[in-house]
Design a protein around this ligand. Structure first.
Ligand code: G6P
Length: 363
């Protein structure tokens, strides 16, 4: 097992560090830069979707929620994202022209499979976004786009989400070209910047780990965390909170930053820290003002941000900025690393957290 971990202490750490390669592998053969085209030949047999339903569980659900921001903005396709166990039992209305995207690392999650079966029964086409070749999701979907993350051993999903985000970005670009909503220049810019991500992330990961380790120690006595984000960083806040819960057993809640004043703000005090996703983008001033509200109540803050943010919070954690929402690909590993370092510092069983299974094949 030690050899399989490639010198890393845990599979999770190894898989976090594999993400630059995962992005590169997901992009391999799928980019025509000159044309500004994402190549998804798998989808050729499907009509252009009029509406998209993304159905998934756990971390894959968070990836889907993130995808919605890109799919609606870049491709203009109305998209909703649903937890598979809700979708399958709520009698969803599916119309001709609807396409369901089922996202699953393992391809064996019972609720996601049931969602696929229901969608097909009701006449929708299903795209399976899946990491395991020949899995049930792959077999039961109309078409499959494989996410190319390689085998993921750690129960807590890391690199698989990175691959799902890459695939969703390609899907949004491809549909953005078909619907004509995204200009060629914007698609070229996006693809060129996607291709730069692996080297930027590679250089950044060791620094990220050091910072995460220091912060984990600083906050190791906290019993609860609030994660905040806006726009595509809201699903990332949910994922950051999920990672911390899963492996360190510290309670954490992810919230849309703008929704904080509708409840969680009542919890803020010096012992309830906030982990903020605060990339320097158009929503930055809004997140900044949310953080000022946290500070006014004595809440401690870790803010994951970009150079030039002018944030004055307890712990400013700067990582490079990428093009548009692609900064996500640099923030996700920082969140994973913080949860990892916290769990490891607290002596938890990082790769095999209690009560959790890698793939949930029963309801
Ligand atoms: C389990 C795993 C999670 C995963 C979820 C969905 O809960 O522990 O890491 O995100 O299932 O799994 P899937 O294989 O469908 O992506």
């Amino acid at each position: 097992a030690a050899a399989q971990k490639g010198g890393y202490k845990h599979f999770m750490l190894k898989e976090i560090f594999e993400q630059p390669k995962v992005i590169a592998d997901c992009l391999a053969g799928r980019v025509d830069l000159a044309a500004g085209r994402a190549l998804l030949p798998e989808l050729a047999s499907l009509p252009t979707p009029e509406r998209l339903f993304i159905v998934a569980c756990g971390t894959s659900f968070h990836a889907g929620l993130w995808g919605m921001y890109l799919l609606e903005q870049w491709a203009g396709v109305p998209t909703r994202v649903e937890i598979a166990s809700e979708f399958r039992y709520r009698d969803p209305i599916l119309l001709p022209g609807d396409v369901v995207v089922a996202i699953s690392q393992s391809g064996e999650t019972a609720d996601t499979l049931a969602g696929i079966r229901l969608a097909r029964e009701r006449g929708a086409k299903v795209i399976g976004l899946c990491n395991v070749v020949g899995s049930s999701v792959a077999r039961e979907s109309d078409v499959v786009v494989y996410t190319q993350a390689g085998p993921e051993i750690s129960v807590a999903s890391t690199k698989a989400m990175c691959s799902q985000l890459t695939a969703l970005t390609l899907l949004a670009l491809s549909l953005g070209e078909i619907t004509g909503r995204m200009s060629r220049q914007a698609r070229v810019d996006c693809l060129a910047n996607l291709e730069k991500l692996p080297s930027v992330l590679e250089a950044e990961l060791p620094r990220m780990r050091e910072r995460a380790a220091v912060l984990a120690k600083t906050f190791s006595e906290s019993s609860s965390f609030l994660y905040l984000g806006r726009g595509p960083y809201y699903p990332l806040a949910l994922e950051g909170a999920l990672k911390l819960k899963e492996i360190s057993y510290i309670h954490a809640e992810g919230y849309a930053a703008g929704e904080m004043k509708h409840g969680p703000i009542a919890l803020i005090d010096p012992r309830f820290p906030t982990f903020a996703l605060a990339p320097v983008d158009e929503l930055f001033p809004k997140v900044k003002s949310n953080l000022e509200e946290v500070q006014a109540r004595g809440g401690k803050i870790i803010a994951l941000t970009n150079p030039g943010s002018d944030l004055r919070v307890d712990h400013v954690w700067e990582i490079p900025k990428a093009w548009g929402p692609l900064t996500t690909f640099l923030m996700l590993p920082a969140l994973q690393m913080f949860a990892y370092e916290m769990a490891d510092y607290l002596g938890k069983d990082v790769d095999q957290p209690r009560n959790l299974a890698k793939s949930v094949t029963v309801e």
